[in-house]
Design a protein around this ligand. Structure first.
Ligand SMILES: NC(=O)c1ccc[n+]([C@@H]2O[C@H](COP(=O)([O-])OP(=O)(O)OC[C@H]3O[C@@H](n4cnc5c(N)ncnc54)[C@H](OP(=O)(O)O)[C@@H]3O)[C@@H](O)[C@H]2O)c1
Length: 338
């Protein structure tokens, strides 16, 4: 089975990486259409040996009956356009925050709750980048010891904010005024927060706290996140402390990580954002038992935010659907798959 695929937000950091990953992983694409804003209409993007035109996204795009549409164009586009595509039988895998809190939309990390993908009603939400790597790292702990509480501090690259984040850091490092900004403070040689709301939390922190519980299907886990943006270009790192119901057996935990799909455990050295950039795995290091609490463990988790934190996870969801598409199920893929 092959698929008619659309990428909405194709010119962005995530969209361009989706193009690469569809190619790298040999996803069975029958046809590929690219959409972005009017600003990009008429440009082309390379894919395999083709120069694919970028089209302006308009509601009529939904009528082209794609089998799968990857959305990575922000929450407003996800909110307004995903239902239009889904109504035409397209399965939308949305990277934005638009649908992540909707209980009727599965929020999927394939290594953790992949079966949920099959409960979709046309839209599947890709979680926040910081949450995806955290969920992959915590799922084995949850299975082995049951999690009660998580305290996480993120160390996030500027690419988490898309092309605008790259521009602000590049400009500041080159000594010029940025054309766009993601923070009112300078980012170069600094540590800044995402915009902080009136209740004292940033939206990023809220996303990590709520999405983690949804993915692990444990609404009762107490999660506290402090999300920090730092002046490097790629990958997010996280310092995580987890308190469990049962005492943590370190041998069991390390053995579980060695067998966990999508995880690279580093025992001699530790993962860094630069080391991990370009990888599709979640890298875990510095796994330590809390000396004052036998039920708690501390770890360091790093992943490429554009790949596993967004594009790779989205393509893995499509792969799950492809692998699970029996002849009967494939009828849910509308359109012209050949
Ligand atoms: N960066 C990450 O680490 C990351 C991780 C997980 C999820 N996400 C989510 O993925 C989405 C894209 O992020 P990104 O980092 O790729 O951002 P980006 O580099 O800023 O790209 C944004 C994309 O959205 C398109 N777009 C903007 N307005 C549009 C409109 N009115 N109609 C159609 N397309 C429009 C842009 O097209 P133009 O080039 O024409 O402006 C561009 O292709 C966001 O929802 C983000 O929250 C990002």
């Amino acid at each position: 089975m092959t698929y008619r695929v659309a990428i909405v937000g194709a010119t962005g950091l995530v969209g361009r990486t989706l193009l690469e990953i569809l190619h790298e992983r040999h996803f069975p694409v029958a046809a590929l259409d690219l959409y972005a804003s009017a600003r990009s209409a008429g440009t082309t993007l390379a894919w395999k040996d083709h120069a694919l035109p970028v089209q302006e996204l308009t509601p009529s795009a939904a009528n082209r009956h794609y089998d799968i549409a990857f959305f990575s164009a922000g929450a407003a586009i996800g909110r307004n356009y995903a239902p239009l595509f889904a109504e035409q039988g397209t399965i939308v895998i949305d990277n934005s925050s638009a649908w992540r809190a909707d209980p009727s939309v599965p929020l999927v990390v394939p290594e953790v709750n992949g079966a949920r993908a099959f409960t979709h009603k046309g839209i599947i939400a890709n979680p926040n980048c910081s949450t995806i790597q955290l969920a992959v790292a915590l799922a084995p702990i949850e299975r082995l010891f049951g999690i009660e509480r998580v305290v996480v501090a993120t160390y996030q690259s500027v690419s988490g904010a898309g092309n605008r984040g790259l521009e602000q850091l590049r400009a500041e490092l080159e000594g010029r005024e940025p054309a766009v900004r993601i923070a009112p403070h300078p980012i170069a040689h600094n540590a800044v927060f995402h915009a902080i709301a009136a209740d004292g939390w940033s939206e990023e922190e809220r996303k990590v706290m709520t999405e983690l519980c949804r993915i692990l299907e444990r609404p009762d886990i107490a999660v506290v996140a402090t999300c920090v943006r730092l002046p490097f270009f790629r990958s997010h790192a996280e310092a995580v402390w987890v308190e469990c119901r049962q005492c943590v057996d370190m041998e069991f935990l390390l053995a579980a990580y060695k067998q966990s799909p999508g995880v690279v455990l580093m025992e001699e050295d530790y993962p860094t954002p630069r080391r991990v950039a370009g990888s599709d795995a979640v890298w875990i290091g510095r796994v330590r038992r809390d000396p004052s609490n036998p039920r708690a463990v501390a770890l360091w988790v790093v992943a490429d935010n554009i790949r596993k934190g967004a594009a790779t996870n989205a393509v893995q969801i499509a792969e799950l659907l492809h692998a699970g598409a029996s002849p009967t199920q494939s009828a849910t893929f509308a359109g012209t798959a050949s």
